[in-house]
Structures are given as C-alpha cells and as structure tokens.
Ligand binder design. Structure first.
Ligand code: IMP
Ligand code: MG
Length: 182
C-alpha cells in the first residue's frame, strides 16, 4: 500500500501555517506566559480533543512549574449554544492560576460556557490562550489574553483540529477546499 501523503489529499487546498510557523507562535506564547506567571501557581486546562497537540508543545515552551488537566465537552443542538461536560477535570482548581489552552476560537460560545463553569470553582485567576482566533465570528465577549494568530473565517484542519475526526495529526494547519465544506 502506498503511504498517505496529506499534500495529495484532494480535500486539502493548501498550508495556512507550516509547522515552522506554528513553532514560532508557540515559542512566543510560551515566553510570554513564562514571564507573566512566574511565582504563581499555574494550572493549564485544555479542552479535548482539539487542544491536545497545542498543549503538548505549549507546555514544553513554558519554563515554569505547572500542572496539566483535561476537560471534554460536546456541543449539541443548533449553533452549539448547548454544551455538556463529558469529561471533567481530575483535580480542583480553587485558588490556582488557571490558563485555558484552546486550539481555535470561533464564535466563542463553547469557551464562554466553559469559563462560566470554571469561574464557579473560584480559581485565583482565569485566563485564556488560543493558538488561532477567528475573531470576525465572535458572538461572546471573552477575555483572551494570549493569541497565537488571527485567521480569516475559513475552515482549517491539522495540528489537533479535525473535520469529522480526521486530519488532527497533520503537523501543519491546512485550509480545506470549499467544496469539501459544502
Ligand atoms: P466556538 O464555540 O464557535 O468558538 O467553537 C470552537 C470550537 O469549534 C473549537 O474548539 C474547535 O473544536 C471547533 N472549530 C472552530 N473552527 C474550526 C476550524 O476551522 N477547524 C476545526 N475546528 C474548528
Ligand atoms: Mg476545541
């Protein structure tokens, strides 16, 4: 069997951010977070599944003691307004400096719900770091302290992000052809 080569996948139009581009964004974000959280009690919280690759790289770009924890949520109903926690954090966050790590923020409705849930648990602070931000689509007003890059309103996959569960393992961020999206 011939190997799978993402560049030959007809669904993929091109590379939006190469793995080198992404590495530069991650290094910059990691340095900023390292400066800002020195002497604090940093707890990184990531939303599965999309955030796992970014978390793996970002956490290693932060030169501080920290903990990692995961949540999973599923959006249901039209527009993703209704959200349900399908896997909660394993550890308490009361009194800790929580930084939510997201792959991409679109309307912001998912994150808005999540921040509401986390805030009730009384962390010492609550902030957000996203690798990519489609801010033109934002519906909820969110405090996003760290943004890797703003991107246009096009569907992207790779580096953790999927279409129907696939493409998460691409080491770069790819644009899909419009025909694929229907
Ligand atoms: P929001 O609630 O509209 O901000 O949706 C955010 C979530 O939708 C992200 O965490 C992703 O899981 C998913 N998402 C939004 N845009 C894209 C995209 O272009 N590609 C892959 N997933 C996306
Ligand atoms: Mg996500």
């Amino acid at each position: 069997m011939k190997g799978y080569h993402a560049f030959h996948d007809p669904a993929i139009e091109g590379v939006a951010f190469s793995s080198e581009d992404i590495a530069d964004l991650v290094t910059r974000l990691g340095a900023e977070i390292t400066d800002d959280y020195r002497g604090r009690d940093l707890a990184l919280v990531t939303v599965l599944r999309g955030g796992f690759i970014f978390l793996a790289d970002l956490s290693r770009a932060i030169d501080l003691p920290l903990t990692l924890d995961f949540m999973a949520i599923s959006a249901y109903g039209g527009g993703g307004v209704a959200v349900r926690i399908t896997k909660d954090l394993d550890d308490p966050i009361v009194g800790r400096d929580v930084l939510v790590v997201e792959d991409i923020i679109d309307t912001g409705l998912t994150l808005n719900y999540l921040l509401g849930v986390l805030r009730q648990r009384k962390p010492a602070s609550l902030a957000v770091c996203t690798l990519f931000d489609k801010d033109v689509r934002r519906l909820a007003d969110l405090p996003i302290e760290y943004v890797g890059a703003r991107i246009p309103d096009r569907f992207v996959v790779g580096y953790g992000m999927d279409l129907g569960g696939r493409y998460r393992n691409l080491p770069f961020l790819a644009r899909l052809r419009d025909e694929v999206m229907g």
